[in-house]
Design a protein around this ligand. Structure first.
Ligand code: NAD
Length: 413
């Protein structure tokens, strides 16, 4: 349940001169779903409950920072499915593009900023949070500037270019008393959440081996993803991170040892600065072993499988795509091996992720995937690169508990 207080579009000036929001009580009726009588027989798949969106005036207001592929193709459309969130501002280096997008989505042109005057968001009471969707090397700078401007930060993965930058981002948000969440959409997506439940509840016994693959055939050699300074690395921090982060999420454990190898096709102009492929293994304290593959040089594949010891395995293929995720289960039954493809009602995973952050702001809760979750991935990525360089396994610090880098569980949709 959403807390009984929410932010309203009332603002006052704090002692430090920053715009701050005041809270006002919300009518609990507003959060109760409307009930309709069911259309189908009770034996059919259940639908509902109906969505309970907050009135637009009460939602958390975002500035989207960076108007590239992810923002224009996925995030702006996803806000239409959000219940607690809306876009009120844009930050872009291209004034004409920003004006056009503002017109398309009904955003007030006075709330358009560029990378130079971005710090002026501190004076804008129509912005509660920023969503950073820039090249990886810019995440740290734009997070720290937003925190100093008194805004909460939702930041795209990978969190930064290094664990050092990730720590600086966490420190800046803590110092400003602002929330920081890394946009690990998979951890909010219902099929992946079901796979996590099955792993933790040992539905098919103890999962002992996980294999995960995330590959794509990348194009233009001039793009920022293939520039070391802008991207921080190649396939591993960009798409391999899904294998790494999702396996950590499924298990709740942290790897205690990694071993990796890095490869780039000689002479391929795309891989002059960053790696083409990384293959790595992770060992977890409970004995689970994971085998992961990522590559920028082959046709796309985005899947994982969890092999358990009581007559079954399960996974998703695709697992990391934006939509049409598909679960797979294989199970021994008497003399048969039964293969199933169960599916849940599809939901917009970006909307779920964004609304979780808004819910955390409204309820003053720690996000499920806070900065510490992004930092942990950077520490593991750095250990995998070190292992590949040194040609030996690299040990990692043991976590003190399960889900050591995560906040409270998000509400189930
Ligand atoms: P993109 O190249 O399409 O967009 C990047 C934006 O940054 C563009 O608007 C570009 O103009 C701007 N920019 C500012 N300075 C730049 C510079 N020096 N060089 C290049 N561009 C510059 O990238 P994208 O695919 O939208 O990715 C943005 C971020 O989102 C990345 O961190 C990426 O890892 C992340 N991402 C996440 C997902 C996901 O599923 N969560 C998917 C795609 C991308």
């Amino acid at each position: 349940m959403i807390a009984a207080t929410i932010l309203a579009e009332l603002s006052t000036l704090s002692a430090s001169g920053q715009q701050v929001q005041t809270k006002m009580p919300v009518d609990p009726n507003e959060l109760k779903p409307i009930e309709l009588s069911p259309l189908d027989a009770p034996t059919e798949k259940k639908s509902g409950p109906l969505p309970t969106p907050l009135s637009p005036a009460k939602r958390i207001r975002y500035a989207l920072v960076g108007l590239g592929h992810l923002t224009l193709e996925e995030l702006l459309p996803a806000f239409a499915s959000c219940k607690y969130s809306k876009v009120t501002a844009l930050v872009s280096g291209d004034a004409a593009k920003a004006a056009k997008v503002a017109g398309q989505y009904g955003i007030d042109p006075k709330n358009i900023y560029n990378y130079q005057n971005y710090d002026n968001i501190r004076n804008n009471p129509e912005i509660d949070a920023v969503y950073i969707v820039l090249p990886n090397s810019m995440h740290a700078e734009f997070t720290i500037r937003a925190a100093k401007a008194g805004k909460h930060v939702l930041c795209e993965k990978p969190m930064a270019n290094s664990s050092k930058e990730a720590r600086e981002m966490i420190d800046a948000c803590k110092a400003a008393g602002k929330k920081l969440m890394i946009a690990y959409r998979i951890q909010y997506e219902p099929h992946n959440r079901l796979a996590k439940k099955w792993t933790r509840e040992k539905k098919y016994g103890t999962v002992k081996i996980i294999e995960a693959v995330n590959t794509q055939n990348i194009g233009d050699p001039a793009q920022w993803r293939l520039n070391k300074k802008l991207a921080g690395g190649g396939a591993l921090p960009d798409i391999g991170i899904y294998c790494l982060n999702t396996i950590r999420f499924l298990l709740g454990e942290e790897p205690v040892e990694v071993q990796g190898s890095v490869y780039s096709s000689p002479g391929d102009p795309r891989f002059k600065e960053v790696e083409e492929a990384v293959l790595w293994q992770m060992k977890f304290p409970s004995g689970v072993q994971a085998n992961c593959t990522t590559s920028y040089g082959v046709h796309q594949a985005r899947r994982y499988r969890c092999y358990a010891d009581q007559g079954g395995w399960f996974g998703l293929d695709p697992a990391f795509a934006y939509e049409r995720l598909q679960m797979e289960v294989s199970q021994a039954q008497d003399k048969m091996e039964v293969k199933q493809s169960p599916s849940l009602t599809e939901e917009n995973q970006f909307a779920l992720e964004i609304d979780h952050f808004s819910d955390c702001i409204m309820q003053n809760k720690q996000p499920y995937t806070p900065g510490e979750e992004g930092l942990q991935d950077h520490l593991i990525i750095e250990a995998i690169y070190e292992s590949a360089r040194a040609g030996r396994p690299v040990k990692l610090e043991k976590a003190t508990r399960l889900d050591a880098t995560r906040g409270p569980e998000p509400k189930e949709s």
